[in-house]
Design a protein around this ligand. Structure first.
Ligand SMILES: [Zn+2]
Ligand SMILES: [Zn+2]
Length: 97
């Protein structure tokens, strides 16, 4: 391995392929498997612009696309709601709704 390549690997500013572009999700992400999409959103969720349509992407749950729903998370913090039954939120496809 050349010293140039080693220097690149050591570079703390190195970005993996397909980082967000102006806070938006690059089109390539939509073609990935669910697990890869989830990994990408774990890495970049705090770097995303608000108000973009993520309805076709797995952002934080393997059981539905888009973000988990905030009211369910609020219920969970109060110790009730579908999340206490093991669903990720009411969008969870396994709930059959
Ligand atoms: Zn969910
Ligand atoms: Zn919900």
């Amino acid at each position: 391995m050349s010293t140039t390549i080693l220097a690149l690997l050591d570079d703390p500013t190195y970005q993996p392929k397909h980082p967000p572009v102006d806070g938006r999700v690059p089109a390539a992400v939509a073609r990935w498997a669910t697990a890869s999409q989830l990994r990408w959103f774990r890495r970049y969720r705090h770097h995303l612009a608000h108000g973009q349509d993520l309805a076709h992407l797995h952002t934080e749950s393997p059981h539905h696309t888009d973000w988990c729903c905030a009211p369910c998370q609020a219920e969970y913090e109060q110790g009730r709601g579908v999340m206490t039954d093991g669903w990720c939120c009411c969008h969870d496809a396994r709930t059959g709704r």
